[in-house]
Design a protein around this ligand. Structure first.
Ligand code: NAP
Length: 521
């Protein structure tokens, strides 16, 4: 598409490329400093000949220019050549850099590259954009792709791309490729990120770059006008922005529960009876803390949905905005769920390792010895056996359901299910997981809640504290199941408003309200 009407000039360029292709091996031998990985071709032709590949870059292939000969430029040139483009690289010192590029790419002066190509990648750091101003008249009417990244998150602008557009007002600037590393370009889209975010004020130029993206095997994502370039430049600099609160919550809960368990199970026996239980700190206390965090975090996944539902019922409309904190909480539910899954998985591994500990073996031996000494025939306690069997079984089921929720939250998996299926898994099965995990904790507690000996320092056992939130969420959910509540909520979700007093009949109102109908916010 680019430069099709410049047949004569292209003919000369092709001639030059062929000439160079024959001459270069000698020059390369002289240079001898090229790293091995850069020297090997990215994609070999069937015969393994690079010249054959050059001729495969069909003669009418568009010419793409690259300004700069750094890491990004070299990887990009290889990718473009492998995708069948003719590449002209513009350098301040072409002779110095020629050996680093594939033979099929022509390394020339910046002016020559700017005049031959209609679309040029600016693979130069933004600090040096001003040194390119002598190319301004040559670059007029051409497309410049700004691939630069920012050094730090820039909230106020202008972005690098906007600065480039200001420097070259007669050129069209497209922002893109900055989220793709030189390494990912070398490897091609089979490894690393595939998405290329693009934005520009010219949809024609943006489409041209999008086509080029696709031909290189990447997926272009249209991000709109050039004003989005600030966001695109900030994108690679964010450090897990949506994970901050869930991770912080997990850490805070872990610290609080760990300290509570330490005081309850280790400090109290030591102070009261001089019993040394400090050996429990690395495994046992951690293993009691992890499921507490997992259960509370899982309850925190479903609590905001309930709050949102009750707020909508209270307001009698779904058209009022939720408070900001609730909005943010609702959008972080996946991260809360994955943190809960991590704690539950760690709890399972810790539990499996419990019998491997020396302390557990000594305890077992001592118990057996005591039993022999006291001539006790049978230590089988039927109730304890049943409690343990049920406790373990329900725990495994809860972990299984949580794993399912975690797997289906992955974009690649969630893209394969429709909205109803996704909602069924995340909402209905999610509540089942919460119920199972709560039951698991109840079975762990059994009748110990009624045993005064469990209230060390007048503190209730940890499992009692942990159960407060999940039981509240499960009860809240049951309230929403009540026909009058679920019917009203369903009406609100379909646009009914209390203040308008409009007669409202639900389509196909058969009185059924599936679990997923009332939980989606
Ligand atoms: P680099 O290795 O330092 O290369 C920069 C090139 O700019 C130099 O090789 C130089 O080539 C050219 N240049 C032109 N005018 C210059 C001047 N006045 N002073 C210094 N150099 C000048 O950098 P890079 O890693 O390729 O990155 C280039 C651009 O790509 C940056 O904006 C970066 O943010 C972006 N980017 C890089 C990556 C990556 O993985 N490396 C990923 C995404 C985006 P000549 O000497 O031949 O003129």
């Amino acid at each position: 598409m680019w430069g099709r009407d410049r047949g004569v000039a292209f003919g000369e360029v092709r001639h030059l490329i062929r000439k160079e292709t024959h001459q270069l091996p000698k020059a390369r031998g002289e240079c001898g400093s090229m790293p091995d990985e850069m020297a090997s071709p990215l994609i070999r032709g069937r015969g393994g000949s690079r010249y054959f590949e050059a001729t495969m870059s069909e003669l009418d292939a568009p010419v793409i220019g690259i300004l700069g000969t750094g890491d990004f430029s070299r990887s990009l040139a290889r990718r473009l050549v492998a995708s069948g483009y003719q590449v002209m690289v513009g350098s301040r010192t072409p002779k110095r850099s020629v050996a680093l590029f594939p033979e099929e790419a022509e390394v020339t002066s910046q002016m020559e590259a700017a005049s031959q190509a209609d679309l040029l990648f600016v693979a130069v750091f933004p600090e040096h954009y001003s040194t390119l101003v002598q190319l301004k008249p040559t670059l007029a009417g051409k497309t410049l792709v700004d691939v630069s990244n920012a050094l730090q998150i820039n909230k106020d602008g202008p972005s690098n791309a906007q600065q480039l557009a200001d420097l070259f007002p007669e050129s069209v600037v497209v922002k893109g490729f900055n989220t793709i590393s030189a390494w990912a370009l070398q490897m091609g889209p089979r490894d690393g990120s595939k998405q290329v975010f693009l934005c520009s004020n010219s949809s024609q130029a943006k489409n041209a770059v999008a086509q080029l993206c696709q031909r290189m095997g990447f997926i272009p994502v249209d991000m709109g006008r050039l004003s989005s370039s600030l966001e695109i430049e900030n994108h690679p600099l964010y450090l897990f922005p949506s994970w901050r609160i869930p991770v912080l919550c997990t850490l805070i809960l872990f610290t609080v529960f760990y300290l509570y368990n330490f005081i309850h199970d280790i400090l109290q026996p030591y102070i009261r009876a001089g019993k040394n239980n400090f050996y429990k700190m690395p495994i046992e206390t951690v293993n009691v803390t992890l499921p507490s965090v997992a259960l509370v975090m899982l309850a925190l996944v479903y609590l905001p949905g309930l709050l949102a539902a009750f707020l909508q019922m209270w307001w009698g409309t779904k058209y009022r905005r939720f408070p900001n904190w609730l909005d943010r909480w609702l959008t972080r539910r996946k991260q809360f769920g994955l943190c809960s899954f991590l704690c539950a998985a760690l709890h399972a591994i810790y539990s499996l390792s419990l019998p491997m500990r020396k302390s557990a073996r000594y305890k077992l031996l001592n118990l057996a010895f005591k039993q022999v000494k006291n001539m006790v025939e049978d230590s089988w306690v039927e109730e304890e056996v049943w409690r343990m069997e049920l406790y373990v079984s329900v725990g495994i089921l809860a972990l299984g359901l949580l794993s399912l929720l975690a797997v289906t939250s992955l974009p690649s998996v969630s893209n394969t299910v429709n909205w109803r299926e996704f909602s069924f898994i995340q909402s209905t099965l999610g509540y089942c997981a919460l119920f199972m995990a709560t039951l698991h904790t109840l079975l762990f507690g059994w009748d110990r809640a009624f045993d005064p000996a469990q209230y060390h320092f007048n503190l209730p056992p940890t499992f009692m504290l942990v159960l407060i939130l999940p039981i509240t969420v499960l009860l809240g959910r049951m309230v929403l199941f009540a026909p009058c509540m679920s019917r009203r909520l369903k009406q609100i979700r379909r646009g009914w408003e209390k203040s308008r007093h409009i007669r409202f009949i639900l389509p196909e109102d058969n009185g059924y309200s599936g679990p997923e109908d009332i939980s989606n916010v």
